[in-house]
Design a protein around this ligand. Sequence first.
Ligand SMILES: Cc1cc2nc3c(=O)[nH]c(=O)nc-3n(C[C@H](O)[C@H](O)[C@H](O)COP(=O)(O)O)c2cc1C
Length: 219
Amino acid sequence: MSTLTKMALGLIGQLKAQPAVGDAVSTTQLPPANMADGLPLMQALAQRQSLREFDPAPLPEQTLSDLLWAAAGINRPALGGRTAPSAMNAQEVDVYVALPHGLYRYAAQTHTLHLVSATDVRRITGYQDFVDNAPLDLVFVADHARMKLVPAAQRESYASAAAGAMAQNVYLYCASAGLATVIRAWIDRGALTQALGLNNDQQVLLAQTVGRPKIAALP
Ligand SMILES: Cc1cc2nc3c(=O)[nH]c(=O)nc-3n(C[C@H](O)[C@H](O)[C@H](O)COP(=O)(O)O)c2cc1C
């Protein structure tokens, strides 16, 4: 769907999810993240970039596992510590995972995906047309209820900083794995809030598209 069509539909409150493609699964146990491979950090940093042309082919489950662990996984099990920082370790940012067969929430403690809605919400995750057909759109959602110790005026900026750290982890994983990605703030937040079924404490912060690069798009 074109950006203009999305904007027009958004204005009249008609930017809606599509029926799921394939079968949604209520809980998916992801395989353990593979921490043995990948580029050295400095080489991944040298290759980090935003790309906006995606091959629609689905990503393997191992790739999904690795990139979600990179984004928000538990890296210090004894402490419940995560791969990305959060103010006062509030861990207030959830990662929603929009796949063709459904919308899921990543649960770091169990490294599982939990079904939120058996619909395809990819097209609502941003105004740009590539988000509709890329195999994966992530949405970073703050839960203000987990930030009671942070002064109210600072909650949004702290959560945005935490989401930015997660997004950079995804960028570096993608650079390491030869995938394309782009972080995005240009979103119809009303439509996406509704499609994600968020409550009044939850706030859409950013979205991020991931997929294999279209061959012609490679620099
Ligand atoms: C907070 C933030 C919001 C962004 N929003 C969008 C967006 O909505 N759409 C998009 O295509 N790129 C978006 N970007 C990506 C930037 O355009 C991109 O990082 C910039 O052009 C530099 O390119 P590079 O990432 O390849 O270095 C955003 C980046 C940031 C940090």
